[in-house]
Design a protein around this ligand. Structure first.
Ligand SMILES: *[C@@H]1O[C@H](CO)[C@@H](O)[C@H](O)[C@H]1NC(C)=O
Ligand SMILES: *[C@@H]1O[C@H](CO)[C@@H](O)[C@H](O)[C@H]1NC(C)=O
Ligand SMILES: *[C@@H]1O[C@H](CO)[C@@H](O)[C@H](O)[C@H]1NC(C)=O
Length: 237
């Protein structure tokens, strides 16, 4: 009885631990967040539309969206933001990278716009079957070097990247809601939940754009809001 349970546990753990290798995926380092502002304003909705065209061309829009990369937290060398959650709530906090690297995979990437663009992980999140399916899509897109080149060309120096569409984001999109992050005062931890469009405040800035996930027919759907980023509210005036 007990050994059956252990066998089952072992096979589940082994299945989850079998990571997908993504060609050209950069290594995580705190320096990947170097120079990021605390506002996602470098990516506007028209630019997000163009970047989503690239994601669509490479079969990524089912599981990834375009993000205006930014950072609210200051991390010391060796630290990483780690997130876990479900379809109604996510929590993220600062962890020691070496303690959590084996139980997480990147959820958000910065794509640099150097001559040879790089896919650089910015955070980690828990390993789930859904995020592994997303990693398979990303591995297929990255097998073609043209993907990063085209993304970087369109981004043309703007601070842009891609992020996994989490169950929380998907649920919000399906219900015409938006996800909002709430950080603690020290900016060492944050929670995210979905809010209705009428609860959006004027200084909430859009930071995540997806396509074809919700019921909207818009070319890009705004999913995540960054509060107090000093940027206009897309639903006002
Ligand atoms: C998600 O997690 C939160 C916090 O643990 C919990 O309160 C909530 O019920 C969970 N939601 C679902 C749909 O499981
Ligand atoms: C949007 O579509 C999903 C199915 O994709 C459905 O479950 C959901 O109820 C729809 N939401 C609205 C507001 O129509
Ligand atoms: C996040 O949620 C947890 C559990 O509900 C709560 O204890 C914590 O204070 C929240 N943190 C923030 C930054 O809102």
């Amino acid at each position: 009885m007990k050994s059956n349970f252990l066998m089952l546990l072992f096979s589940i753990t082994a299945a989850i631990a079998a990571d997908v290798t993504i060609p050209g995926e950069g290594a995580y380092s705190v320096s990947n967040l170097g120079g990021l502002p605390d506002e996602p304003t470098s990516v506007t909705q028209p630019l997000a539309n163009q970047l989503l065209d690239v994601l669509e061309k490479y079969g990524l829009t089912k599981n990834f969206g375009v993000v205006g990369v930014h950072s609210h937290v200051s991390l010391a060398p060796g630290q990483v933001m780690f997130q876990h959650g479900n379809s109604t709530f996510t929590h993220q906090e600062i962890e020691v990278y070496n303690d959590v690297r084996s139980v997480g995979v990147p959820y958000t990437y910065r794509i640099t716009t150097d001559a040879i663009p790089q896919l650089l992980p910015l955070d980690l999140g828990e390993i789930t079957p859904n995020v592994m399916a997303a990693r398979s899509d990303l591995a297929a897109a990255m097998a073609n070097k043209a993907f990063l080149q085209e993304f970087a060309e369109k981004a043309s120096g703007h601070l842009a990247g891609i992020a996994y569409i989490r169950p929380l984001d998907r649920m919000a999109l399906e219900h015409s809601e938006v996800v909002k992050n709430h950080y603690n005062v020290e900016k060492t931890a944050g929670n995210a939940t979905a809010i209705s469009l009428t609860a959006v405040e004027s200084d909430d800035a859009p930071s995540f754009f997806t396509r074809g996930v919700g019921n909207s027919t818009a070319v890009s759907e705004i999913t995540i809001l960054c509060s107090a980023c000093g940027h206009g509210n897309p639903w006002e005036d």
